[in-house]
Write a protein that binds this ligand. Structure first.
Ligand code: HDD
Length: 739
C-alpha cells in the first residue's frame, strides 16, 4: 500500500549519516552528524555550576554514562526532562496511516517548546552580534578610581561585547546607514559594569522624555510598515527637523561613521560624562572612548546598498571570521579626564549629551585594551539574552546629572524584564556576575538559585551562614555626595541651548571627501522624503551649521535655499576644527584584517597568485578567489582544478577592500563574457578601490570600462611587485579618483 510518510515506517531508529566536519558542507536532507565536542561554557559562579545544561552531561556519577549511545560516545537524545528518546523523526500514530496520537508526549513537548522559542526583540538595537573577550588594564588607576578592574597594570577582566544597528529589526541587513551600538559588559570581581556605548559620541536628544518619539519616528512608519532599517523617510526627518538639538548627531549620522566597513574598524563612545571615584570619595569626570587598533574604515554609500543585497550579514560574518581566524580585534580604552574647574570653563555643558569635548582640548589617556577572542556558542543564549544596563556600575564608577543618562538608568532595567520575562534574568549565564552574588532577593519566575540558610530578610539576629549577607558600609558602592537645590521644573538649562556650533565644528573638521559624503548623504536621505516642507525645514536648519553644506544640499535636492531657522542662541563659527574628528586621524597602518578579492581563471599564473597571497597574509590580510565556477580553475602549468572561494555572481567586488584581476589569456576572455564581471570591475573602480591587474586581464578592464582611466591606485602586477602592491593597499581608497 502507498504511504505518505517520507521515512521508513519502522520503529527502528534511522541510520546515522556520515558526520560532517564543523564548518563543512551541511546536507539538508539528513539530520546533522554528531556535534563537535566544545569546551564547556566557562563556569558561572553560583546558581549554574551544577546545571546539566551548562556542564557536560556525561559526568560519571550523574547517570552520565547512560546518556551516551553505545560505542561512539555520541550523546543520547532526551526530552527536556531527560528521558531518552527512541525516535525523533516519526510521531506516534494509530496504525500505519492512522492519526497522530495525543499520547505522544515527545511530539507534544517538542512542539510546545518550539512554539515558545521567540522573545520580544529589542525595541532598538534589535540586530546585534556578540563576542567574548578580555579587557587588560594598562596602569594602576587607584588614585582616580577604586574600580577593581583598573586596580593594577596587567589586570585582566572578562568581557562580553554586543555590536548592533539601532533601527532595523532583528532580521534586517548590516549596512544600514545607522548608528552602531557598542555595548560592553565587564565581569569585574566587584560585579558587572556595563558600558553601553555607540560609535557616535553624541546623541539625538537631550532629554529621555523624547526617546520614544525619536524611535517611533525613525523606525518603519506605523501605517505602512516600511522602510526597514532606514532613516531615509518622512517621519524621521520630520521629527529631527523639528528638533534642532538633533543636528549635531545628524552630521555624524550622515558621515561615513554610519556605514562602517566592519565592527572591527569603528570607534565606541560612552557619550555621557561619568565619574571616576577614588577610595577617598574624590570624583573626577570621565568620558570613555574605544579606539580600534585596526584603524578606522568605512564603505561608500553605493557600496553599502550593494553589500546589503550581496551579504546582509556582512558585519557579523566579518567579526566571526576574524575571530575564528585568530585575527582578534582590539580596541584601546581611552578616557578624557577633567575636573569641575574644566567643566565650568568649557564652552558647553559637560552634562549635555549632544556635545563632545574635543580631544585637542582634553587628550585621550589610554587605560587599557579590549581584545575579542571567542565567538558565542549560541546566538540566542548569549547575544540575544545578554542584558545591558547603564545602571550597572561598580564601586569607583558613578553617574552624573546628564538627564539622558538618568532616563536610561530606568529604561534598561525595565526593558530586560519585558524581553527576558523574569526578574531573575541576571542569573542567565551571559548576565551572571563572575563574583559571588549574595542578597535577600528571592523566588520569582525561573529562579535558579537555591539560597540556603534560615534568614531571607534583614535585620536578623542569626549568626553564621544562617544570617545571610550584610552590606559593607566601607567598600560597598557609595554614591558621590553632591549638593542639589532649586525648584522642581520642566525646563532645560540655558547651557544646553546651543544646537549648531559643534555640528559646524564637526563639518569643518572633515577632509574634503568626508565633507562630500556628508552632503551627498543628506541629499540622498532628504530625496526620500515625499513632503517638500520637511526638506525645506532641514536645509533651513543646516544654514546654521555651515552655509556651504546647506547650499550643496539645496542644490542636490534642486530647491532654492530657504531662510535660516532662528537659532535659540547664535551659532559660533569660530570653534577651531578638531582634526581628531576626521577618519584621517586614525587610518589603518597596513592591509592587516582586510580582504583582497582575486579574479582567477583557467590560465592564471599560479606563482603570481601565491606571491600576492603570501604578501597579503604577511601583513595579516585575507585573500579570497573568485572564478567562473566554484569547482575551481586550472592554473597555468597545472593539470587539476584549484577550487575558488566564490562563483563570480556570488562574490561581487563590494565584499572586498581591494581587488586583483589575475584572470589570464583565454580564461580571462571567457570570464569577461560573464555579465557580472562588468559590475565587479566597474564597482571596484567607482568605489575608489585599489585594483591590481596583469597584461592578460585586459579583457576584464575593458569589460568594466576602465581601461582608459587607470590611475595611481591601479597597479600593473607585471611591473609592481606583490609586496609593493600590498603596501599600497594600506591606503584603502584613492579619493582623488574622478568617478
Ligand atoms: Fe539605548 C539599547 C546605546 C540612549 C533605551 N542602547 C541600547 C543598546 C545600545 C544603546 C548600545 C543595545 C544594547 C545591547 O546590545 O543589548 N542608548 C545608547 C546610547 C544612548 C542611548 C549610547 C545615548 C547616549 N537608550 C537611550 C535612551 C533610552 C534608551 C535615552 C531611553 C530613555 N536603549 C534603550 C532600551 C534598549 C536600548 C530601550 C533596547 C534594548 C535594551 O535597551 O536592552 O532600553
Amino acid at each position: 500500500m502507498a504511504t505518505d510518510r517520507t521515512t521508513p515506517a519502522t520503529d527502528q531508529p534511522e541510520a546515522r549519516p556520515p558526520a560532517v566536519e564543523d564548518g563543512g558542507p551541511h546536507l539538508p536532507d539528513y539530520p546533522q552528524g554528531p556535534p563537535v565536542p566544545r569546551p564547556p561554557t566557562p563556569s558561572v559562579a553560583g546558581a549554574h555550576a551544577d546545571n546539566p545544561l551548562y556542564t557536560a552531561s556525561t559526568e560519571p556519577g550523574r547517570g552520565g554514562e547512560l546518556h551516551q549511545l553505545p560505542g561512539d560516545g555520541v550523546p543520547r537524545m532526551t526530552t527536556a526532562h531527560g528521558q531518552p528518546i527512541s525516535d525523533n523523526q516519526n510521531s506516534l500514530t494509530a496504525g500505519e496511516r492512522g492519526p497522530v496520537l495525543l499520547e505522544d508526549h515527545v511530539l507534544r513537548e517538542k512542539l510546545f517548546h518550539f512554539d515558545h522559542e521567540r522573545i520580544p526583540e529589542r525595541v532598538v538595537h534589535a540586530r546585534g552580534y556578540g563576542a567574548h573577550g578580555t579587557f587588560t588594564a594598562a596602569e594602576d588607576l587607584s588614585d582616580l578610581t577604586r574600580a577593581s578592574l583598573f586596580g593594577r597594570a596587567g589586570k585582566q577582566t572578562p568581557v562580553f561585547v554586543r555590536f548592533s544597528t539601532v533601527v532595523g529589526n532583528k532580521g534586517s541587513f548590516d549596512l544600514a546607514r545607522d548608528v552602531r551600538g557598542f555595548a560592553t559588559k565587564f565581569y569585574t570581581d566587584e560585579g558587572n559594569w556595563d558600558l553601553v556605548a555607540n560609535n557616535i559620541p553624541v546623541f539625538f536628544i537631550q532629554d529621555p522624555i523624547k526617546f520614544p518619539d525619536l524611535v517611533h519616528a525613525v523606525k518603519e512608519e506605523q501605517d505602512r510598515g516600511w522602510p526597514q532599517a532606514a532613516s531615509a523617510h518622512d517621519t524621521f526627518w520630520d521629527f529631527v527637523s523639528l528638533m534642532p538639538e538633533s543636528t549635531h548627531m545628524l552630521l555624524w549620522q550622515m558621515s561615513d561613521r554610519a556605514i562602517p566597513r566592519s565592527y572591527r574598524f569603528m570607534q565606541g563612545f560612552g557619550v555621557h560624562t561619568f565619574r571616576f571615584v577614588s577610595a577617598e570619595g574624590r570624583s573626577t569626570f570621565v568620558k570613555f572612548h574605544w579606539v580600534p587598533r585596526q584603524g578606522l574604515q568605512s564603505v561608500v554609500w553605493n557600496e553599502a546598498m550593494k553589500i546589503n543585497g550581496a551579504d546582509p550579514d556582512f558585519h557579523r560574518r566579518d567579526l566571526w571570521t576574524a575571530i575564528q581566524n585568530g585575527d582578534y580585534p582590539e580596541w584601546d580604552l581611552g578616557v578624557q579626564l577633567f575636573d569641575e574647574e574644566f567643566a565650568d570653563s568649557f564652552e558647553f555643558d559637560v552634562l549635555d549629551p549632544t556635545k563632545i569635548i574635543p580631544e585637542e582640548q582634553v587628550p585621550l589617556r589610554v587605560i587599557g585594551t579590549l581584545r575579542l577572542d571567542r565567538v558565542v556558542d549560541n546566538m540566542f543564549a548569549e547575544t540575544e539574552q545578554v542584558a545591558f544596563m547603564t545602571q550597572n556600575v561598580v564601586p569607583g564608577i558613578d553617574f552624573t546629572n546628564d538627564p539622558l543618562l538618568q532616563g536610561r538608568n530606568f529604561s534598561y532595567l525595565d526593558t530586560q524584564l519585558k524581553r527576558l520575562g523574569s526578574t531573575n534574568f541576571a542569573q542567565l549565564p551571559v548576565n551572571a556576575p563572575r563574583c559571588p552574588v549574595m542578597h535577600f532577593q528571592r523566588d520569582g519566575h525561573m529562579q535558579m538559585g537555591r539560597q540556603a540558610g534560615r534568614a531571607n530578610y534583614e535585620p536578623n539576629s542569626f549568626a553564621g551562614p544562617a544570617a545571610g549577607p550584610r552590606a559593607d558600609h566601607e567598600a560597598g558602592f557609595r554614591t558621590v555626595a553632591r549638593e542639589e537645590s532649586g525648584p522642581t521644573r520642566r525646563l532645560r538649562p540655558e547651557s544646553f541651548a546651543d544646537h549648531y556650533s559643534q555640528a559646524g565644528q564637526f563639518y569643518r573638521s572633515q577632509t574634503r571627501p568626508e565633507q562630500e559624503h556628508i552632503w551627498m548623504a543628506f541629499i540622498f536621505e532628504l530625496s526620500k522624503c515625499e513632503i517638500p516642507q520637511i526638506r525645506q525645514r532641514m536645509v533651513a536648519n543646516l544654514r546654521n551649521v555651515d552655509e556651504e553644506l546647506a547650499q550643496k544640499v539645496a542644490d542636490g535636492l534642486g530647491m532654492d535655499l530657504p531662510g535660516a531657522t532662528e537659532p535659540a542662541v547664535p551659532p559660533r563659527p569660530d570653534l577651531p576644527p578638531s582634526p581628531a574628528l576626521s577618519f584621517a586621524a586614525r587610518p589603518p597602518q597596513d592591509f592587516g584584517g582586510r580582504k583582497l578579492g582575486i579574479l582567477v581563471s583557467d590560465g592564471t599564473d599560479a606563482a603570481l597568485l601565491e606571491r600576492v597571497r603570501a604578501a597579503v597574509e604577511a601583513v595579516g590580510g585575507m585573500v579570497e578567489t573568485i572564478g567562473l565556477h566554484v569547482g575551481g580553475v586550472v592554473l597555468a602549468g597545472e593539470q587539476t582544478r584549484t577550487p575558488v572561494d566564490h562563483k563570480i555572481d556570488a562574490g561581487p567586488s563590494v565584499l572586498f577592500d581591494a581587488v586583483a584581476l589575475l584572470a589570464d589569456g583565454a580564461g580571462a576572455v571567457e570570464l569577461a563574457g560573464h555579465p557580472n564581471v562588468k559590475d565587479f570591475v566597474a564597482d571596484a573602480f567607482t568605489h575608489y578601490k585599489h585594483i591590481g591587474y596583469v597584461a592578460g586581464s585586459r579583457p576584464l578592464l575593458d569589460r568594466g570600462g576602465i581601461t582608459d582611466q587607470l590611475d595611481e591606485a591601479c597597479h600593473d602586477l607585471g611591473s609592481v611587485s606583490p609586496g609593493d602592491f600590498v603596501a599600497a593597499l594600506a591606503g584603502l581608497r584613492n579619493w582623488d579618483r574622478d568617478v
